[in-house]
Write a protein that binds this ligand. Structure first.
Ligand SMILES: Cc1cc2nc3c(=O)[nH]c(=O)nc-3n(C[C@H](O)[C@H](O)[C@H](O)COP(=O)(O)OP(=O)(O)OC[C@H]3O[C@@H](n4cnc5c(N)ncnc54)[C@H](O)[C@@H]3O)c2cc1C
Length: 497
């Protein structure tokens, strides 16, 4: 590059930080504007009287994808981030009291599955081989690391049909297993990335493969130490982060991005990249006259993922019944998912995902206590639930369930600190349209060529990075978007490595 190019990234989520590192390493002068006080986006930290929580994501998978970010800047991940393997990955309690300790070991998985259905256990390796082929297509063949062109799409169709890609994850898993518990164990994972298992294409079944082949990990200090590792590297490379700086407009002239406004202050840039929620970027940051493809109507018609109700609790008492990651599953599966994604109502029953980092990392809670969160998937704000009214009664219901039905004895009495967040907080904290916690829903018609592209389809020198562009969804997918977007940028600036 003859002259240093200036890049502005809006947002410091995993996508923004990872792309910041990549571009800074390629010679760009990168500034990240972040509306909040700290970096991290959904991976925000919370500390109440020494009880430490990760507010959002909790599972680290695909360490090789993380390594790639550090490699892009000629660094080693191990110098910044210490990953600790978890075993089991998580425990799933079913409504009938049975449970499965989900893990990577083939023998242990088959033994547990056989207790539910011996034929299912026999099919385990066949399922993993199938998931491995999906992983191979997306990761090893690079489809997730490059902008997804229509040419790539057409070329992928025969393979996609062979691998049943259009089939929703749940139905693909059902081809291998019969017992509800085994089907659930391998199909629910799409919920971790905001996808409805009955609608998310089976290509996302590469997640169980990612987990088996690459493990599930934790970093001491929680997910925020992963954010800090990326932030440290970005700053070391010379990047700048302006926190408490909300971008109010992407300034466009002659169909080209020229920089951003934060209130009445203008910052010039050669390229602008948005890591903010897709709908916020389009509807709030770009004037309608600059958007022909992504006009208001089209943006609002897209499907946005569910949201979450999260109860953070610091307790004096330990609860070994909860593993580091635990799922507590309601009797209803398909109908409950339907209530969340389609009917958008707050159902009477619920499934819970519990994160208890103090199980692995005593430093997360003082005085030998427990730091834990209970996440319940709920509809996004298109559902018109009055959360101001509903939040405390709903929390009571969850606490009653945990203490009296699930068996966390004296839970209420042992609570020292607590906090609740609802879809309203997702809307406020990170400008998430409809308070949708995971962004654009990863369904067939919003995947690959159908997902908003890494390079803006309306405006020159404007790019997207993060969960709502290709390949997107979940931390590994989000980190991959940084590679795909980097590719698009370097291609435009004729410096593809
Ligand atoms: C509750 C929860 C649990 C999850 N669990 C997991 C998990 O266990 N494993 C996993 O892989 N994934 C998980 N995910 C998904 C994962 O968190 C996301 O895929 C990932 O964090 C998205 O990163 P991102 O780069 O898209 O940016 P985001 O995290 O969405 O960050 C965007 C940033 O942009 C900033 N911003 C927005 N608007 C502006 C503006 N106008 N000006 C300046 N800054 C702005 C926001 O403040 C924010 O910091 C979870 C998500 C949630 C919500």
């Amino acid at each position: 590059m003859n002259q240093t190019k200036k890049a502005i990234i809006i947002g410091s989520g995993f996508g923004g930080l990872a792309l910041g590192i990549r571009l800074q390493a390629r010679g760009f002068d990168v500034t990240i504007f972040e509306k909040n006080e700290k970096s991290g986006g959904h991976a925000y930290p919370l500390d109440i009287n020494g009880y430490k929580f990760d507010m959002g994501p909790s599972l680290i998978t695909a360490p090789d994808i993380i390594q790639d970010i550090f490699r892009a800047a000629n660094r080693k991940m191990e110098d910044y981030l210490k990953l600790i393997p978890l075993d089991p990955y998580y425990r799933i309690y079913f409504h009938d009291g049975t449970y499965i300790d989900y893990q990577g070991d083939t023998r242990a998985m088959k033994d547990q599955m056989a207790k539910f259905n011996s034929e299912d256990a026999e099919n385990y390796e066949r399922f993993i081989a199938y998931a491995g082929k999906l992983h191979d297509a997306v990761i090893n063949k690079g489809l997730g690391k490059r902008p997804f062109t229509w040419k790539a799409f057409l070329k992928f169709i025969p393979k996609a049909m062979k691998l049943w890609v259009p089939l929703p994850s749940y139905y693909a898993v059902k081809r291998f297993f019969k017992d509800f518990r085994n089907i659930f164990t391998f199909s629910f994972n799409t919920l971790f990335i905001g996808g409805n298992p009955f609608r998310t294409p089976s290509v996302y079944l590469m997640i169980p493969y990612l987990e088996k082949s690459g493990g599930v990990w934790y970093t001491m200090g929680g997910m925020y130490s992963f954010v800090e590792a990326l932030e440290t590297l970005f700053l070391e490379l010379g990047g700048k982060i302006q926190t408490n700086s909300e971008v109010t407009e992407i300034v466009v002239e002659n169909k080209t991005a020229r920089g951003v406004n934060t209130g009445d202050q203008f910052y010039q840039a050669d390229i602008v990249i948005s890591n903010a929620h897709f709908a916020h970027t389009q509807l709030d940051l770009i004037k309608p006259e600059h958007r022909s493809k992504w006009n208001d109507r089209r943006v609002k018609k897209m499907s946005y993922s569910m949201s979450a109700f999260i109860l953070y609790i610091g307790s004096r008492k330990k609860y070994p019944k909860l593993r580091h990651h635990t799922l507590i599953i309601a009797k209803r599966y398909r109908d409950l998912i339907y209530d969340i994604f389609e009917r958008k109502i707050l159902a009477d029953d619920f499934s819970i995902y519990a994160h208890v980092p103090s199980r692995t990392d005593p430093g997360m809670a003082p005085n030998d206590g427990e730091s834990m969160y209970f996440l319940i998937p709920v509809p996004n704000l298109a559902g018109h639930i009055d959360w101001e009214k509903a939040k405390h009664p709903f929390a009571e219901k969850v606490l009653n369930f945990l203490e009296y039905e699930f068996g966390l004895e004296n839970l209420r009495d042992s609570i020292e600190v607590s906090k609740i967040i609802t879809p309203l907080d997702f809307e406020k904290h990170a400008n998430n349209y409809l308070g949708s916690a995971w962004g654009l829903e990863p369904k067939l018609t919003q995947t690959a060529s159908f997902r908003p592209q890494n390079r803006s389809e309306d405006i020159k020198n404007l790019y997207l990075v993060g969960t709502s562009t290709h390949p997107g969804a979940g931390i590994p997918g989000t980190l991959l978007t940084s590679e795909a977007t980097e590719y698009a940028i370097m291609n435009d600036f004729q410096h593809v490595g």
